[in-house]
Design a protein around this ligand. Sequence first.
Ligand code: NAD
Ligand code: UFG
Length: 338
Amino acid sequence: MKVLVTGGCGYIGSHACVALAAAGHEPIVLDNFSNSNPKAVGRIEKLIGRSLVVYQGDIRDRLVLDCIFEQHRIGAVMHFAGLKAVGESVAKPLEYYDNNLSGTLNLLAAMRAAHIYRLIFSSSATVYGDPLTVPISETAQTGATTNPYGTSKHMVESCLRDFSAANPDWSITLLRYFNPIGAHPSGLIGEDPTGIPNNLMPFITQVAIGRRDTLSIFGNDYPTHDGTGVRDYIHVQDLVEGHVAALEERGNVSGLHVYNLGTGNGVSVLDMVAAMNKVLGRELPVRIEPRRAGDIAQCFAEVDKAEKELGWSANHDLMDMVEHSWNWQQRNPNGYQS
Ligand code: NAD
Ligand code: UFG
């Protein structure tokens, strides 16, 4: 099947293109390169062993979407394009609602006009806010978001729920990611953040490679097993396999489908540092700092639903995630600019 991959040159989208091709599908990419590097195209092509059709354009541009849908018989859309930096979203809410919400609505309208009825949307565990209990199931309350990024994801989920009720012949799948890390084992594609990384893993690998001096650990007084924040880190390879499973298992089942994509395991910041120290064979320099505003103590997924209905579960363990993140960083010390 031809699958339009919006944001297909970004961190997760690039891995999704490779997974789709490996499963016998044909990814077609639309990306405006606002947070990715065109060099990713050649790397993806190397991994899939053929050329990749890429449109440089914006999901908010209806003409581009209509043109793609006219030129290709697209069977489904995997929608990764969007802005994702929590801190930036507080400073630029309009940009986040415009890109993430208006962009998705524009895409949906273009899909409807082209009679394409399968959509897989990149949602986030951020829609759960600060969970009352862990592990978090898909039925947990959503909407108590704490920043415009999270609110934009929740708003898109609400719009898609209403849209699905009015258009019951569509198959719409919301995938709520926990914390994706890792990279393709080849080290050819991976996460390439611009500026100072917000997230733990890219910060750790940049300290390890010598681009940053010290890892700041934000808080060691949380009610967790060692006082540091606990998250559900998932290998990006497992995450994109989850998308292929969702396409194949739910793409022909109409309605709205919601799945957590996580491992179900809680890993603390200190656990992660210990795993990286093991891979490096040396100690990373770390410093305990005050808690980061807006952070929660712990967040990890209940994964039974995806396992039962998609026949999918995460296979990679924490050491795989750390080794592959480090492999990508070593081979590309300055990301795609290397
Ligand atoms: P990313 O920034 O690496 O990739 C997003 C891609 O979309 C980039 O290539 C960017 O250039 C492109 N893009 C952005 N706005 C666009 C637009 N208007 N038109 C066309 N292209 C556009 O991010 P990622 O980590 O790969 O995340 C992919 C999706 O998954 C995002 O929607 C993100 O919110 C969601 N998500 C990510 C995480 C995470 O931790 N990485 C967690 C939960 C959810
Ligand atoms: N942390 C540090 N030092 C750092 C960076 C992070 O100690 O330099 C800690 C955080 O305090 C937290 C943990 O590492 O305890 C994970 O932090 P991340 O920033 O990597 O991930 P978050 O869980 O805070 O946020 C991520 C995405 C959000 C998404 C959220 C829920 O960045 O977009 O998961 O899915 F909303």
